[in-house]
Design a protein around this ligand. Structure first.
Ligand code: DQA
Length: 146
């Protein structure tokens, strides 16, 4: 099985960006965690990050041909992007929505997610540990065990 880990805007700054909210783990650390988890589960993983909405949409479209599912941390686009939501529906691939922080415990504008209604489910509030959790959730969904 092949999984795409897609990270959106400002997540390239993890480690130094508001560490009190997002922790000190860098994106490179997270990508290494995902690679280790993939090896553990016997799946293939590719990680991609962009600060650009259109680039994320292009990745989702292209993923259709290549991947079985996507773990998506869309960053702030989560709360604004009808276009990302439409891309997920068009790709018809299972998506697990992920956030490091608990978006429901933060500002009201972060409570709304355009991704949630078109995702298999959402994991948030567990920091970097959420990435391997989301991968597990996606694989068990793909295997029909959740
Ligand atoms: C985030 C939460 C979003 O509200 C925020 O805009 C981010 C990161 C998270 O991982 O906690 O950029 O997606």
């Amino acid at each position: 099985r092949k999984i795409l880990i897609l990270n959106g805007p400002n997540l390239n700054l993890l480690g130094t960006r508001q560490p009190e909210v997002y922790g000190r783990t860098t994106l490179a650390d997270i990508e290494a965690m995902c690679a280790a988890k993939a090896a553990d589960m016997g799946v293939e993983v590719t990680c991609y990050q962009s600060n650009h909405e259109g680039a994320l949409i292009d990745q989702i479209h292209a993923a259709r041909e290549v991947y079985d599912g996507i773990v998506l941390n869309a960053g702030a686009y989560t709360h604004t992007s009808v276009a990302l939501m439409d891309a997920i529906v068009s790709a018809s691939l299972p998506v697990v929505e992920l956030h490091l922080s608990n978006i429901h415990a933060r500002e009201a504008f972060r409570h709304k997610s355009f991704i949630a209604p078109v995702a298999v489910g959402q994991i948030c509030g567990f920091g970097a540990a959420g990435y391997p959790l989301a991968m597990e959730a996606l694989v068990s969904h793909l295997e029909g065990t959740s």
